[in-house]
Design a binder for this molecule. Structure first.
Ligand SMILES: NC(=O)c1ccc[n+]([C@@H]2O[C@H](COP(=O)([O-])OP(=O)(O)OC[C@H]3O[C@@H](n4cnc5c(N)ncnc54)[C@H](OP(=O)(O)O)[C@@H]3O)[C@@H](O)[C@H]2O)c1
Length: 292
């Protein structure tokens, strides 16, 4: 986790209690909102929060309609998943702490109703942004829309939240994979996302496809580029928001919690690890298409 400024923490003020609350204490009475809750990582976060923070007030999930399945049905499908089996045993009514807002993260207004906006503004304490397109070679326009523009929209939304204590942005350890050494600090990408935004406005699909390799430069794919640009957005547009950027590396099936081996679906990392264990591969080509 990185502090936004990358600078040293402020000196401790005398008499201020800086002891850290436990996770359960911190989340007691809190309302968490999150994007990407239907995804692999999102499910893990929801499960962990509900299982280990019994006094958490609620979790509001941003869910889009997908394959004609409306958000409320998707939420109900989500809570039936095996990822929640252990939680279900200890807290059979855990779903009562989950609610949703219907969203469209690719839309300028995030597809939120005015009622939902009001609820979010008045209630949310912690915002976790985990949604992203993880397709390595996604078409640049779509990858930019979901992984970069969406962050700008969410920051704007969060600036209006009266009780916000933390905006957690899930990035990736590979966002700056074109560098030899990656430290826990922010790096400026060589590309200005505002210029890319303007260019994408007038370029048609064929033009975007043709120019993508040039835009990527020494980066392997649109995923890593747009995740890096998202960090630039946070750096430039987060203002006074309390920001935390998390850069996980490869997320693989659970080691222990909630139970060993829990996985959302057959994920790319499984296939890569299997090939390594079998001695068939020592490296993986990040330019290939992720279809997991
Ligand atoms: N998995 C890894 O190994 C890994 C490693 C490093 C960092 N990360 C980061 O961790 C985060 C979560 O990854 P994950 O593994 O959980 O991915 P995932 O299983 O593919 O889930 C992606 C999530 O994003 C949502 N999403 C994608 N496009 C969307 C759109 N246009 N509108 C609304 N929601 C959209 C999906 O919603 P739907 O269900 O509606 O599609 C889903 O909830 C991402 O930010 C990723 O960059 C992942």
């Amino acid at each position: 986790m990185m502090e936004k400024s990358g600078e040293d923490l402020p000196h401790q003020a005398e008499g201020v209690d800086l002891t850290c609350p436990t996770m359960a204490e911190f989340y007691a009475g809190k309302t968490v909102a999150m994007t990407g809750g239907t995804g692999f990582l999102g499910q893990g976060i929801i499960e962990k929060l509900l299982r280990t923070c019994p006094d958490i007030s609620k979790i509001i999930l941003f869910i889009r309609q997908k394959r004609n399945i409306p958000p409320h049905e998707r939420l109900s499908e989500l809570t039936d998943l095996p990822a929640f089996d252990i939680l279900r045993q200890s807290q059979p009514n855990f779903h009562e702490k989950l609610s949703f807002v219907s969203c469209d993260l690719e839309a300028d207004d995030l597809g939120l109703s005015s009622d939902d906006r009001r609820t979010l503004r008045n209630e949310v304490n912690i915002f976790i942004h985990s949604a992203a397109t993880l397709k390595f070679n996604e078409e640049l326009r779509l990858s930019f829309e979901v992984n970069v523009q969406c962050v700008r929209r969410l920051l704007k939304l969060c600036k209006g939240m009266h009780k916000l204590q933390s905006f957690v942005h899930v990035s990736t350890a590979y966002s700056h994979c074109n560098r030899k050494l990656i430290e826990e600090k922010l790096y400026d990408s060589s590309l200005d996302y505002r210029e890319l935004e303007s260019a994408l406005r007038w370029m048609n699909g064929a033009m975007v496809e043709k120019i993508t390799p040039e835009i990527l430069g020494d980066r392997p794919n649109t995923y890593t580029l747009t995740k890096a640009l998202a960090e630039d957005v946070i750096c430039r547009e987060s203002g006074n928001l309390p920001i935390c950027i998390v850069r996980p590396s490869m997320i693989i099936p659970a080691w222990q919690e909630p139970m060993p081996g829990v996985v959302h679906q057959c994920i790319r990392s499984d296939r890569i690890l299997r090939r390594i264990w079998e001695g068939c591969a020592a490296v993986s080509d990040s330019r290939s298409t992720y279809s997991g």
